[in-house]
Ligand binder design. Structure first.
Ligand SMILES: Nc1ncnc2c1ncn2[C@@H]1O[C@H](COP(=O)(O)OP(=O)(O)O)[C@@H](O)[C@H]1O
Ligand SMILES: [Mg+2]
Length: 219
């Protein structure tokens, strides 16, 4: 699934001159990890929320395989194609890791296969003794892994993550980035991560920097 932006623009006021970015034309292909690098306040989260179908563009469009996602509706797009991971994880802390994933699948109306779920946990390095503990008892890095499993469980082709390593130490950051690379390279997903950390961006296949309202591919 190729995701792309066509002359994409966004601004929060009624005045288009206040744009955060405009005329953005980027392409995201399956099998690769992309990073969006930029300073705080540059508009990264806003850009991701458009890619994730959480908000509609002020100008231009998001295309999935050349089809405008707003044509079939953003809800359809979110339910069928894209999974989002937020910096604050947004896990239900009183539930176990497993329950978080099962609940997300129930909400999405997807089938629940416990063996598949357990395999995903193994894949991200959460061992079986941790799956049924309340997520509050897990470390920040482990919670981020649970959020990744939750995003993967739906089987969607596009995984979007906002500052997924923002609160983690260097080693855990490395692990999380490796997991994203594995997901993209071995499962042929499109992974797009937003970061303000150059070191994280350097690990990804393609980096687009958002600076002074303009996106530039820097690697
Ligand atoms: N809901 C909103 N209403 C008005 N301005 C907003 C809103 N959300 C973000 N902004 C502003 O838009 C700019 C970009 O924000 P954001 O996309 O969150 O940047 P980043 O994720 O790169 O830190 C910031 O100046 C921020 O204050
Ligand atoms: Mg942000």
């Amino acid at each position: 699934m190729t995701l792309s932006t066509r002359d994409l623009g966004y601004w929060y006021t009624n005045n288009p001159d206040d744009y955060l970015f405009k005329n953005v034309n980027l392409t995201f292909e399956k099998g690769k990890v992309y990073s969006i690098l930029g300073q705080s306040g540059s508009g990264k989260t806003t850009f991701l929320s458009l890619l994730a179908g959480l908000d509609a563009p002020k100008a231009g469009a998001i295309l999935l395989e050349d089809k405008d996602i707003s044509k079939s509706g953003l809800i359809t797009y979110r339910k069928s194609s894209v999974s989002t991971i937020f910096q604050a994880c947004n896990l239900l802390t009183y539930m176990s890791a497993r329950q978080n994933v099962v609940t997300a699948l129930e909400i999405a109306g997807k089938p629940i296969n416990q063996a598949d779920i357990e395999q995903l946990f193994t894949q991200v390095g959460i061992d079986s003794s941790q799956i049924d503990k309340p997520v509050l008892k897990l470390s920040g890095g482990q919670q981020q892994r649970v959020a990744i499993v939750r995003a993967l469980a739906t089987g969607h082709d596009i995984i979007i993550a906002d500052e997924p390593t923002g609160n983690l130490d260097e080693e855990t950051t490395q692990d999380i980035v490796s997991i994203f690379k594995k997901i993209a390279h071995e499962q042929h997903k499109t992974v797009i991560i937003v970061t303000h950390e150059t070191a994280v961006a350097q690990e990804t296949d393609v980096t687009f920097e958002l600076k002074k309202k303009v996106f530039t591919q820097i690697s």
